[in-house]
Structure formats: structure tokens, C-alpha cells
Design a protein around this ligand. Structure first.
Ligand SMILES: Cc1cc2nc3c(=O)[nH]c(=O)nc-3n(C[C@H](O)[C@H](O)[C@H](O)COP(=O)(O)OP(=O)(O)OC[C@H]3O[C@@H](n4cnc5c(N)ncnc54)[C@H](O)[C@@H]3O)c2cc1C
Length: 267
């Protein structure tokens, strides 16, 4: 029972060793321990850094001014109302906090849907709009994705970062999910399970419904991206060192990629 668990530790190593002993199955899944610190003080430090105007201008870039508040919000260390109020206190015009607050709204929205759907968040909410039937999608995640050995510098880096830190930027989550579902044709549930194993903010509402949005089982079209889009929002850090640059799976216009990935009969 949670109430029986130790709460005082000599140091972080002591805490890590204790958690490993108490949760042997989780410990057996990997040796990585996220460097992220839990607790209210860490959450408040991040909240103090919140800059809603910079956030709005840069949130889609991997080095943009995102907050990394999600694990604290997820585990109730920080409420959505506190985050909203902090944003409003930081700006002169309320509208300047609008983008940040609307992202908080997404979390609230997914939670409300989860309250209604319960375990059904694991079921396709709608058919895939990809031209493929659900049984065309593999049920297991390929090992090269799990281990980060696909050869694609970006995908392998995201896979490693997910396992090592328990956090990924929203755009990286979208690219990785899209690669898994649309390029590798793996069912979104397999990817969602993998994310939930590692994400410190992992929760079935935001996670599964976002996966379904990418997959197109909860949106009107599949989310796909191309190399140009990824290169732009990453500042080229992966493409620059990728051995597949110029001939990778993401090369091409959106129209070409849509045709290549689509299961609809081409006319
Ligand atoms: C495939 C996929 C899986 C995801 N899985 C999760 C998950 O398990 N848990 C989770 O909390 N979020 C999930 N998200 C949403 C989003 O990626 C994260 O909330 C965000 O990246 C967390 O980083 P941040 O705190 O720096 O976000 P910021 O951009 O700084 O946003 C501030 C807060 O707003 C909320 N938020 C922002 N964007 C979203 C969003 N798109 N949907 C819901 N809430 C949002 C979060 O609580 C976040 O902490 C997922 C997105 C995708 C595409």
C-alpha cells in the first residue's frame, strides 16, 4: 500500500535503489532513471520560468520555451488553475497568455472525455482515414523502434530520449507516433502502450487520444510530416548528422507522401 512506503531517503541513490526493490517488474524493463526531479519545489521553479509570450511564439520548436510542467500536472503536484493563473499574472494583456491556456485546455478536454469513455480510450473512436483496415496494422512495436536502431537519426534520438528521460517535446511525440502508425503501419495502441511505459506524464487520456488523433481514428485525416517540417522545427540537429539525409523515409512533398502512404487505390 502507498501509505506503507518509505518517504525519507539518505539521498537520491537510496531512493532509486528502494524504488527498484519495490517495483522489480518495472526495474526489469530498463536501467534508465530519468534525471527529472519530482516534487512541488521543482514544479514551482519551472512555473517561475513560464513566459507565455515566448511560449506562444516558439512552442513548436524543439528548443522553444515549452514548460515541461506535464509530469507535475499529471500527478497533481500542480493544478491547471494554478498554471493558468501564473500565466495570466505574467502578461499585461490576457490575450498574450491565450496560447498557453488553450494548451492547458487540451489536457482538461482529454480528461473530460476519459471520464466518459473509460477503458474505451483503447478502442478506435472512428475508422482509420488512411485506406487501411484496422487489421492491416501490426499489433507489436518493432524492436528497432524500441531500441532506437532504425537508422533514422531523428527517430532513434526520440526513442532514446523517451527511455532515458521519460519526456518528449510535443512535436517529437507527434513525429514518432506518425512514423510508427503511418510509415511502419503499426496500430496506435502498441505505440500508446510503449509511451505509457516511459512517459513521466503518461496518462491514458492525453496519450491515447493524441495517438488516435495522429492515427486518424479520432480526427478527419492522418497526421503526417515531411523532412522539411522536421528539419525546420528541430533546427536541423538530426538531419545534419543523419546518414540517410536526402533519401530518408520523410523526403517529399505532403502530396507525394500522402500518395505513398495511403492505402486507397490510386487512380
Ligand atoms: C502521441 C502523443 C502522446 C501524448 N501523451 C501525453 C501524455 O501521456 N500525457 C500528457 O500530459 N500529454 C501527452 N501528450 C500531449 C503533449 O505532448 C504534452 O502534454 C506536452 O508535450 C508536455 O510537455 P510540456 O509540459 O513541456 O508542455 P507545454 O507545451 O509547456 O504545455 C503546458 C501544459 O499543457 C498541457 N498540454 C500541452 N499540450 C497538450 C496536448 N497536446 N494535449 C494535452 N495536454 C497538453 C500539458 O499539461 C502541459 O504540461 C501527448 C501528445 C502526443 C502527440
Amino acid at each position: 500500500m502507498a501509505g506503507d512506503m518509505r518517504r525519507e531517503f539518505a539521498d537520491r541513490d537510496d531512493l532509486i535503489a528502494y524504488v527498484r526493490r519495490e517495483f522489480p517488474q518495472a526495474a526489469a524493463r530498463g536501467v534508465e532513471v530519468s534525471p527529472l526531479r519530482g516534487g512541488r519545489r521543482a514544479a514551482e521553479t519551472l512555473l517561475q520560468r513560464l513566459d507565455p509570450r515566448r511560449y506562444a511564439a516558439s512552442r513548436n520548436y524543439l528548443d522553444g520555451a515549452v514548460t515541461r510542467l506535464s509530469p507535475y500536472i499529471r500527478h497533481g503536484v500542480l493544478s491547471l488553475a494554478e498554471a493558468r493563473d501564473a500565466a495570466l499574472n505574467r502578461v499585461r494583456r490576457a490575450a498574450d497568455a491565450g496560447k498557453f491556456i488553450s494548451e492547458l485546455g487540451w489536457r482538461d478536454y482529454w480528461q473530460r472525455l476519459y471520464a466518459r469513455l473509460g477503458h474505451d480510450v483503447w478502442r478506435d473512436q472512428e475508422p482509420y482515414k488512411t485506406g487501411y483496415a484496422p487489421d492491416a496494422y501490426a499489433q507489436e512495436l518493432p524492436q528497432d523502434i524500441v531500441e532506437g536502431t532504425t537508422g533514422l537519426a531523428c527517430i532513434d534520438a526520440f526513442s532514446r530520449e523517451l527511455r532515458a528521460t521519460g519526456y518528449l517535446h510535443n512535436h517529437a511525440r507527434m513525429w514518432l507516433a506518425s512514423y510508427i502508425v503511418h510509415w511502419r503501419r503499426v496500430g496506435w495502441q502498441a505505440g500508446a502502450r510503449w509511451f505509457l511505459e516511459h512517459l513521466l506524464d503518461g496518462d491514458p487520456a492525453s496519450n491515447n487520444l493524441s495517438w488516435q488523433w495522429v492515427a486518424s481514428t479520432f480526427s478527419h485525416k492522418p497526421y503526417i510530416f515531411n523532412r522539411e517540417n522536421l528539419e525546420r522545427f528541430t533546427g536541423g540537429v538530426y538531419c545534419r548528422k543523419c546518414p540517410l539525409y536526402g533519401r530518408c523515409d520523410f523526403e517529399g512533398s505532403y502530396d507525394e507522401l500522402t500518395r505513398r502512404l495511403s492505402g486507397y487505390t490510386q487512380t
